[in-house]
Design a protein around this ligand. Sequence first.
Ligand SMILES: [Zn+2]
Length: 72
Amino acid sequence: MSAILVWVDMQEIRCGRCHALLFKAGQGAIAGAIQIKCRRCGTLNWLRPVEPLIRAEERDGKEQDDAERSDP
Ligand SMILES: [Zn+2]
C-alpha cells in the first residue's frame, strides 16, 4: 500500500521559539486566532491567519512571430 498525498497546499506552523513543528494547516483552514502551546519548549504561540501576499502578475511579453511557410 502506498500513501497518497491529496492536500498539496499545506502550511507548516512552527514554534516561534524552538521552531518545532506545531501542526499543519491547509489554506484557509485557520479562520481566527489560535493559541497553541509548544510541546517541546512550552512556549505559548499566538497565531492568526495571514493573508497570502503573493500577487502573481505574470504577463507574457512574448511576441509570436508567424513562421513563414513555403507552399510547395
Ligand atoms: Zn517551542
